[in-house]
Design a protein around this ligand. Structure first.
Ligand code: SF4
Length: 380
């Protein structure tokens, strides 16, 4: 099949679960998650970090609840950011899971195999059912059961899948189907093979991630390759990019991965040439300045910033707004040269045009919504 710029990924069909107001699986847009790295008991710092992540585009935020005191803090956090779907990350203490669900968690990340006896599992499952929240099973190569390590000799893909199936089996025995699963490893191929295998065995949604991916640059590259391979296969319903960096960076990289695969769009998509000695304005400086000015824009829009006429007209014509370097620079709007701008004013002119375009689109959308609701009320 010919690959075109309009290639559409066929996504694996999965059941749908809801994490608060966000649907996961069943054809819902692939959601972007991150996790706070503040002390959960520091409510103000955690709330501030959640707000910053949401502003950057996080659909879901995970917060660790290692103690009952953290569960109390979680309740306060949830009151402050009630609109944000929050996943409570629980490890061994099932009581923390129950306390977090009662504190308003929208999902529990807990491995039933780690809870202990069946009575405790029943309590957690009953609590999740009572609150109508799903569970995420999170298998991690770094914490694989000793028995599976021994059986497989190493944490390979089969071992990760078997570990997940054990946890799944426990939930199924308790008639609980509202779960999603992650199978994380820091090795890309191990992770990819494990997800590919599990994707054929269950129909629940999959949460993708490459764990301990690394620092900002190397981690972003590793995540983009690993998650990109799976997402291009149609596998994955929600993603978290793990970076040893600010959660806001995780969210930005997550979005860049989804945007690159045309799975979702958000904010300004800047198409820029790498620049060279032919450039008629400082492309890198202009791109950095525009990125900073457009940081808070959610509306998707393609903007091309190209240094000269070699590739400029072609790219600028394709974008909603584009510049091709020249003396002066030519600015394209909707495929046609509409303005000329000298270097000193270039960034200001581009920003003004982008904001005007977005305002016009928003006005069009509002008018369409008004017309639609008018049509509905007009119906007998
Ligand atoms: S578009 Fe022009 S300035 Fe940009 S890299 Fe190509 S030749 Fe260089």
């Amino acid at each position: 099949m010919a690959m075109t710029s309009h290639h559409q990924i066929t996504r694996r069909v999965s059941r749908q679960i809801r994490v608060g107001r966000v649907a996961v699986g069943g054809g819902a847009p692939v959601s972007v998650q991150t996790m706070t790295n503040t002390d959960t008991e520091d409510v103000a710092a955690t709330v501030a970090q959640i707000r910053a992540a949401v502003k950057a585009g996080a659909d879901i935020v995970r917060v660790s609840v290692p103690t009952l005191a953290a569960a109390e803090a979680f309740a306060k956090i949830k009151k402050e950011v009630g609109y944000v779907p929050l996943v409570a990350d629980i490890h061994f203490n099932y009581k923390c899971g129950i306390a977090a669900a009662e504190a308003g968690a929208d999902c529990l990340r807990i491995n039933p195999g780690n809870i202990g006896n069946d009575r405790k599992v029943s309590e957690v499952v009953a609590c999740a059912k009572h609150h109508g929240i799903p569970i995420r099973i999170g298998v991690n190569a770094g914490s694989l059961e000793a028995e599976l390590q021994e059986k497989y000799g190493e944490p390979n893909a089969d071992a990760l899948v078997e570990s997940a199936l054990r946890h799944i089996e426990i939930l199924k025995r308790h008639n609980f189907e509202d779960f999603k699963v992650s199978l994380k490893a820091s090795e890309i191929f191990l992770t990819v093979f494990a997800y590919r295998k599990l994707a054929t065995l269950i129909d629940q949604p999959l949460h993708l991630g490459i764990t301990e991916a690394g620092g900002q640059r190397a981690g972003a590259v590793k995540s983009a390759i690993g998650l990109g391979m799976l997402l291009a296969d149609g596998i994955g319903d929600t993603i978290r990019v793990s970076l040893a960096a600010d959660p806001v960076e995780e969210v930005k990289v997550g979005w860049d991965i989804l945007k690159s695969l045309h799975l979702r769009s958000r904010g300004i998509n800047l198409v820029a040439c790498p620049s060279c000695s032919r450039q008629n304005f400082d492309v890198i400086k202009a791109v950095q300045e525009l990125e900073a000015r457009f940081d808070e824009i959610d509306e998707p829009l393609d903007v091309a910033v190209i240094g000269c006429v070699v590739n400029g007209p072609g790219e600028a014509r394709e974008a909603a707004i584009g510049v091709a370097g020249g003396y002066p620079n030519s600015i394209y709007v909707d495929g046609k040269i509409q303005h000329k701008a000298h270097n000193a004013e270039l960034v200001d002119v581009l920003e003004k045009l982008v904001r005007e375009k977005i305002a016009a689109r928003q006005a069009e959308k509002a008018a369409a919504a008004r017309a639609e609701s008018g049509a509905e009320t007009a119906q007998p």
